[in-house]
Design a protein around this ligand. Structure first.
Ligand code: SF4
Ligand code: SF4
Length: 489
């Protein structure tokens, strides 16, 4: 049959000008489906939730003086530990880089295949999926629920509802519990939580996250995606006609009709579509969308309607793929008898991929090259300089030396750039190395000291000489520097 002969799309949405602005919410109870996309979603659900719940318990050996938790946000000491990476507060730009990288990956996913993030990876999707699975497990699928409303005793329905909410609250509680484990040594905090000795802030955060998870995933569900989340609006502006999306191939599906009717039409030589109007795609949709009406903001692109429709097509002996990842443009091309076009490599995907490589490369390079020591310097503002009784000039600075290793280290301090410079440091330092003052900095710590630089050399009027402070590990020899200026009258 020539697909181009059955091009009419019957079910375009109609708009009623007198319709109220706000529609009452229809509670959605999606049916369970089986198929490729359901398997992908189960796999991703297990992997992502498994990582989230178990990662705080993963250990990572950083030496005797450092925490042994692989991923840890140490708020008290201002550190973020991620396996072998340790981010200090002054390196917050790595977090900025990570956020930029995440945004670019999101843009790329969107340019290739629409709302992949929303459909498979977004926490709201993952937890809602889990909560709906619990609901089906306890109360049955939608048909069973409807039956029970008519036949089951009140006691049984109340028991099932109580069981469902208890299970939801348990998942929500563990979700909040796992979150706080990222901010302290997980095994210790678990013990403290169970013995009632954990800090009050931990209980508070668990309570907040238990509540929000229970409400967002159990009660609000698709409303979060449809009304609260800005991403559907943003991604709509970022997509183009080549991006793959879950698409009802109306070139194949229309004119739709019951199986019997379409078979009878076909037998009589009248064109009929493959869609048998069973509405299983709608029944499977977690956001209540009828994908046959075209792409919609509420569609999170989860692919479950593909599985539902493929199951139906297999049952009625028609080819699968009536709903599939496709483009609206290709549907229209097929309707005109043209071959579909696939263009994954195009300007925007190449641009996003290129930016990901550049940003990722810069981050990896800076991480690989960064030293395990650092120094920062601040010149005294008032006074900028003082004239000493012997006629020499003196500038004062505050130095902060950072030791990022898990062992104590000794650093020799030197200054360069001022003729006949004399360096004196204040901060309990008595040892010198080759004439330079030496300071010991504890493992994974910073050390702050005052540095006084004086010179008897004659300087030009309004002098502002560039100076460099250098800090050298007296054992390993690693050196780091910080620039500033020496001011004169
Ligand atoms: S229409 Fe299909 S892809 Fe979109 S949300 Fe519903 S089930 Fe998922
Ligand atoms: S599941 Fe497939 S056949 Fe059934 S209504 Fe949806 S698109 Fe048509």
């Amino acid at each position: 049959m020539n697909m181009a002969t059955k091009v009419e799309r019957l079910d375009e949405p109609e708009y009623d000008d007198d319709a109220p602005l706000y529609e009452a919410r229809r509670k959605i109870y999606p049916i369970a489906v089986h198929g490729t996309f359901r398997k992908i979603k189960w796999t991703l659900l297990i992997v992502t939730l498994g990582i989230y719940y178990l990662l705080p318990f993963l250990r990572w050996d950083r030496g005797p003086n450092a925490p042994s938790q692989a991923v840890l946000v140490d708020l008290a000491n201002g550190r973020f530990y991620f396996f072998f990476i340790e981010i200090w507060p002054q390196e917050i730009y790595y977090v900025t880089g990570l956020l930029i990288l995440a945004a670019l990956v999101l843009f790329l996913m969107n340019a290739v295949a629409g709302r992949l993030w929303c459909g498979y990876l977004c926490p709201q999707t993952v937890w809602t999926d889990l909560f709906q699975a619990i609901e089906r497990m306890v109360e049955g699928d939608p048909r069973e629920r409807r039956e029970k409303l008519k036949t089951a005793s009140r006691g049984r329905r109340a028991f099932e509802a109580a069981s469902k909410h208890t299970l939801w609250l348990m998942v929500a509680w563990w979700t909040g519990g796992a979150w706080v484990l990222y901010f302290a040594d997980a095994p210790t905090l678990v013990w403290q939580l169970f013995t009632g000795t954990a800090p009050m802030v931990a209980y508070l955060w668990i309570a907040i996250l238990t509540f929000t998870t229970y409400v967002l995933a159990g009660h609000m569900r698709e409303q979060v995606c449809t009304y609260m989340c800005p991403w559907p609006r943003i991604q709509a502006a970022l997509t183009d006609e080549y991006a793959f999306n879950v698409t009802y191939r109306y070139d194949r599906g229309e004119p739709r009709g019951s199986f019997k009717k379409t078979e009878a039409l076909r037998a009589a030589g009248v064109p009929a579509g493959d869609c048998i109007d069973c509405k299983q795609c709608v029944a499977a949709c977690p956001t209540g969308v009828d994908i046959r009406l075209g792409s919609q903001l509420a569609c999170i692109q989860c692919g479950l309607c593909i599985d539902a429709c493929d199951t139906v097509m297999n049952k009625v002996g028609r080819p699968t793929g009536l709903i599939a990842y496709d483009t609206e443009m290709n549907v229209e091309r097929r309707m005109k008898g043209l071959a579909p076009v696939t263009k994954v490599l195009r300007a925007r995907t190449l641009l996003y991929a290129g930016l990901i490589v550049i940003v990722g490369g810069i981050m990896v390079a800076t991480l690989a090259m960064r030293g395990s020591e650092g120094v920062s310097v601040i010149h005294d503002r008032n006074p900028l300089f003082v004239r000493l009784s012997d006629g020499s000039l003196r500038n004062a600075y505050t130095l902060r030396i950072v030791n990022k290793q898990s062992l104590p280290r000794r650093f020799a301090i030197a200054v360069d750039g001022v003729p006949e410079a004399r360096l004196e440091v204040v901060g309990g330092i008595s040892v010198t190395e080759n004439g330079h003052p030496v300071v010991e900095v504890g493992p994974d710590q910073t050390y702050e000291l005052r540095a006084l630089v004086s010179t008897s050399a004659k300087l030009p009027a309004n002098a502002s000489l560039p100076v460099t402070f250098s800090v050298t590990d007296v054992v390993g020899g690693e050196t780091t520097t910080a620039p500033d200026h020496f001011k004169g009258p």
